[in-house]
Design a binder for this molecule. Sequence first.
Ligand SMILES: [Zn+2]
Length: 291
Amino acid sequence: MLPSRIGGQPLRLAASRPHPGHRPSSLAFNPARRPAAGGSRSVSSSSSSSSANPSSGAKTKIPARLPGMNEDDTDVERYLRENHQRLFENNKKWAAERLKQDPDFFTNLAAGQSPEYLWIGCSDSRIPAEQITGLQAGEAFVHRNIANMVISTDLNVMSVINYAVRHLKVKHVVVCGHYGCGGVKAAMTPKDMGLLNPWLRNIRDVYRIYEKELDAITDEHKRYNRLVELNVIEQCRNIVKTADVQHSFEENRYPIVHGWVFNFEDGSITDLNIDMKQMLGGIQKIYNLTE
Ligand SMILES: [Zn+2]
């Protein structure tokens, strides 16, 4: 059981501080939104059922103006079409710019990939791996999920690690967390989060491992920040526990596993200075898979 003084804030898995032009996300997490007992109609219920019940029909009606749209911009369909089309226009500009800088850019891209880095980050929209590190297309193999987790039963992340280490032979594996992580915040809140429970359980387990250290931090914000860091360290440890990484490290002396934390306040990245050899030595008594 987590200390009761933790949490109590409204939870948002997305941004806590919207940037200019930010359109509020429907992913804002609100545990109070759970359906009432007896089963209220979902948003996707058919129009026929809503016409039979005008009061529930109000729930399914598309609003005349989406959150974030201008006052005079009431054509939702046009807004959605343009919002989608914008990405194709951006893509054309991007491709033209690449060609201008390097006529062989796409020839090289099509020839195959040999990235040096595997990036495991949070799905949070504010931490684009390549943009904050100056990497280009082809330089990073990327996996992102809520709170940058490496869970041994998650076939998705395990397949990514396997492919990146055994086949792409990446030299570095970076786990990049971030202060202000909504997933970590949700895990600090002792509440039933429904479908998210099994995912958040892994972060709650990190809290349990470091319970003494974390409980000794009286400032809740500092405790939250520290859990973000400890969660990154534990996910690095989970990577070191894999047979893929242990075998490769024994044979090649790479990949090196790094734990980083991104800070929204100034855009900086803090290196938690994971000592790969020490971490590997520490876990191999129990998790040695190189025999
Ligand atoms: Zn996050």
